[in-house]
Design a protein around this ligand. Structure first.
Ligand SMILES: N[C@@H](CCC(=O)N[C@@H](CS)C(=O)NCC(=O)O)C(=O)O
Length: 404
């Protein structure tokens, strides 16, 4: 059972702190990435629970509310009795807290000031910018001296401090910490690389790209878009703000099948038979295609909840495809004997850029379903959409996620 739901905007790197802690602690945490910044997080219902109106936040299964990504990650790690992520004694516990507080007080604010104009969230001010870079260098210098003699922040193994601070720094390593900057903090860079290579970290964050060139602040105020959200800490977003590109899919001939209507109908009705009847009656086969999707590395899957997290990660990275795709992806089987597969309904007749550009795409086989009139095929798709039935190899449904 999930310990609760983290509420956020899509692909928020601060959420990864808890997702990684969950993998270490053997618990499941759900993520609802449907926050529309400035709207959802400022609504009276949201503010009644989370008065600062910032994300991510966690609503625990017991109904408690927690904000601040590090506190959420702490709660997640603490689900495991005597979690090694939280230290083996009181001194270690305090030192872990020390580094997390140090990062929040002495790294994230200056990092945020540096990154904001780079991502177009704030106006560039030379003095503020230079001060932030200088302050950050000083704080990273403290870390670099520590990592000259230590592999991890505390003790001889990874702790919550390594996880949260590596997540705070990830976007900086891939955008503004260019080779020259990294040369100035060789021990921090080595530590960061070590943390990124830990299996639970890599499973959550994927492969990290190191900046080749320092991304520059947008200095032309007129060119910078209005601030979309108030950034108070280090990580603004995964990517620098880019002009909104029109999708090639928007240029396809108009379709009679309205994907939004289908998603709504699916959500509000029984899948069998009502939603499936609606689906086959309304589907425009010229305008949409259906794909069987199978994970390529089922042999490597272990815990069912970890496989669910893989699906969650894939879906989070498909955000740009939301207007064009509906999908049901399931984990079938049990711990240490499971498979991930499902069906995607996709605008057009090809797998579009919005899907194949997602980091996880290469881990899946996408096979176009051609025999859409075949009763057996339709029944299987209905099973996948309804999360019930006998799946390939006699496997039973274990968990699933819908992309809608
Ligand atoms: N220290 C907080 C920072 C949270 C934060 O600043 N979130 C931003 C988005 S990345 C936000 O929701 N800003 C809206 C606001 O502060 O009103 C954490 O780690 O959770």
């Amino acid at each position: 059972m999930s310990i609760g739901t983290i509420i956020t905007y899509p692909a928020n790197p601060r959420v990864a702190k808890s997702q990684i802690a969950a993998l270490y602690s053997g618990v499941e945490v759900s993520v609802d990435s449907n926050v529309e910044m400035g709207k959802t997080n400022k609504s009276p219902e949201f503010l009644a629970k989370f008065p600062h109106g910032a994300v991510p936040v966690l609503e625990t299964t017991g109904g408690s509310c927690i904000f601040e990504s590090d506190a959420i990650a702490y709660y997640t790690a603490s689900q495991q009795e005597n979690s090694p992520l939280l230290g083996v004694d009181k001194v270690q516990a305090a030192q872990i807290l020390q580094w997390i507080l140090f990062a929040n007080g002495s790294i994230c604010p200056s990092l945020g000031t540096w990154l904001a104009p780079v991502f177009g969230y704030g106006t560039f001010n030379k003095v503020t910018y230079n001060n932030a870079v200088a302050a950050l260098k000083r704080s990273l210098g403290t870390l670099d001296a520590h990592f000259l003699r230590n592999t991890f922040f505390v003790g001889e193994r990874i702790s919550l401090a390594d996880i949260t601070i590596a997540c705070d720094l990830k976007v900086a390593f891939s955008t503004i910490f260019d080779p020259a900057f990294r040369k100035g903090i060789p021990n921090v860079t080595r530590w960061f690389t070590t943390i990124m290579a830990q299996p639970h970290v890599a499973a959550t964050l994927g492969e990290v790209t190191f900046a080749e060139k320092e991304a520059q602040p947008k200095k032309d105020e007129k060119a910078a878009p209005a601030p979309k959200k108030v950034e108070t800490a280090a990580v603004a977003a995964e990517e620098p703000a880019a002009p909104k590109a029109k999708s090639a899919l928007d240029l396809l001939p108009k379709s009679s099948f309205n994907l939004e209507d289908w998603k709504r109908f699916y959500s509000n009705n029984d899948t069998k038979p009502d939603a499936m009847d609606y689906f086959w009656k309304n589907l425009d086969r010229e305008g949409y295609s259906i794909w069987k999707v199978d994970y390529k590395y089922n042999d490597e899957l272990t815990k069912v909840f970890m496989s669910s997290n893989l699906i969650g990660g894939f879906f989070a990275r498909l955000e740009r495809a939301r207007k064009y795709v509906f999908a049901s992806l399931l984990v079938m089987g049990e711990d240490n004997n499971s498979a991930i597969s499902g069906y995607f309904v996709i605008r057009g007749q090809e797998v579009p850029f919005e899907v194949y550009d997602a980091a996880d795409y290469d881990s899946y086989n996408f096979t176009k379903v051609e025999n859409l009139d075949d009763e057996k095929t339709r029944a299987l798709i209905a099973d996948y959409f309804a999360w019930e039935g006998d799946f390939e190899g006699g496997m039973k449904f274990a968990d699933g996620k819908i992309f809608k």
